[in-house]
Design a protein around this ligand. Structure first.
Ligand code: LMR
Length: 398
């Protein structure tokens, strides 16, 4: 038999939680697993700005013909402006360009293939810990994966350890940085830390790959772009992966971009020719619908304003959930123990709960989170914070 030697691999550590949660009959269950925003009713509705844009597409879109290897150029321009700033000199001098990809994951996959194919021998440095799929995407593309310390077993940011590891990284290696809302920990670098990272990256001639999946969920749409804009201003060559899954709520539509910043327009064209070749072999043309929605929104001042308000509403609600959860934990004497939840940014919190505690939460209280102790704070139902805090207190004090 052809398949006789094929074994089974474990399910995805994050997506596998969706099935486990759905199968749980407990009506009081909590879904703090996959990074999806939920509103006060526990739903993930389509953003009203997205609905309006979709309606316009239904009414006016003329064709579904192929869109081309780099995707919709209007989307590419608008997403680049959102990430780099509409007044970015890189855009004016044609030193930056976007390739539309199936989600941020597609952008990472394309970046991995690009590094493997065009920059052979370069290793990649990931934060320890990082999003588990970072580990596998780059390893599967044949890159040597190394790690720099980021958050230690004390659940604290380790900037000194990070800088020391990058200082020792081989010249030319790629370093993956999370622009904001670090996944899985929620701990972000301060601006002073970013300046130190920039200094090492420049001196060691490392190539930064900035993963920007949560623009708008940390401190705001512009604020969250600070580190990325710093790097592209100060360094000639930067790779950025951008995702519209969270901030446009377009998860399953798969919208993202790989933005390349190069030394000059000619070099950008060289790199983009390689990306078109690689993308052709991966997915041929990127899916269009979600990107067309994003372009419709970002290309219309009124819709863009509405969307920005919607992102801000999601951001502030997550911040309120963070403080609400810490407050609820306070009634169990755990405010100090979980004070870090208020310092973290974005959807995720590295709670500091052990794998054992996560398991008990799931088995005894139907609270679903990733085994690492990562909780999607954006998945918490605001009316049941006390119930969640009680469950956490029970597993902490056992
Ligand atoms: C997450 O980390 O939960 C999200 O980025 C969704 C995913 O694709 O894993």
């Amino acid at each position: 038999m052809h398949f006789a030697t094929i074994g089974r691999v474990p399910g995805d550590p994050i997506l596998g939680l969706i099935d486990a949660y759905n199968l749980d009959p407990n009506p009081h269950k909590f879904d703090l697993g996959v990074g999806v925003y939920k509103d006060a009713k526990g739903l993930t509705p389509i953003l009203p700005s997205v609905k309006r844009a979709e309606q316009r597409l239904v009414d006016h879109q003329q064709t579904k013909t192929y869109i081309g290897g780099h995707g919709d150029s209007r989307f590419g321009q608008l997403i680049s402006e959102l990430v780099l700033g509409s007044d970015s000199p890189l855009l004016a001098s044609k030193r930056a360009g976007a390739t539309q990809t199936p989600g941020g994951t597609g952008a990472l996959r394309l970046a991995a293939d690009f590094i493997g194919h065009c920059l052979p021998g370069r290793g990649i440095w990931l934060s320890d810990p990082t999003w588990p799929i970072h580990e596998t995407i780059f390893a599967e593309a044949g890159l040597k994966v190394s790690h720099y310390p980021y958050v230690g077993s004390d659940n604290k940011l380790n900037v000194a350890g990070m800088l020391q590891a990058l200082e020792a990284a081989p010249e030319g290696d790629v370093v993956l940085l999370h622009a904001c809302c670090h996944n899985p920990t929620g701990f972000d670098l301060a601006q002073a830390d970013w300046l130190q990272v920039l200094d090492v990256v420049r001196r060691r001639q490392l190539l930064p790959l900035i993963d920007f999946a949560y623009q708008g969920f940390g401190d705001g749409l512009q604020e969250d772009a600070w580190s990325t804009r710093l790097f592209v201003r100060e360094l000639p060559e930067v790779l950025i992966t951008s995702s519209c899954s969270k901030n446009f709520g377009l998860y399953r539509e798969r919208v993202g971009a790989l933005i390349v910043c190069a030394g000059d327009a000619e070099k950008l064209a060289d790199v983009r020719s390689q990306l078109a070749f690689l993308a052709r072999n991966l997915w041929s043309n990127p899916p269009d619908h979600g990107a067309a929605v994003v372009a419709t929104i970002l290309g219309d001042a009124e819709l863009k304003y509405q969307w920005a308000q919607e992102v801000e509403a999601m951001r502030t609600r997550i911040a309120q959930l963070r403080s609400g959860l810490v407050e609820a934990l306070a009634s169990f004497g755990l405010a100090e123990h979980f004070a870090h939840i208020n310092e973290q940014r974005g959807m995720f919190s590295y709670t500091g709960l052990t794998a054992e505690q996560v398991k008990s939460l799931r088995e005894k209280h139907s609270v679903y989170m990733v085994g690492s102790g990562r909780a999607n704070i954006a998945g918490v139902d605001g009316t049941r914070l006390n119930q969640l805090a009680k469950a956490i207190a029970q597993v902490c004090t056992r």
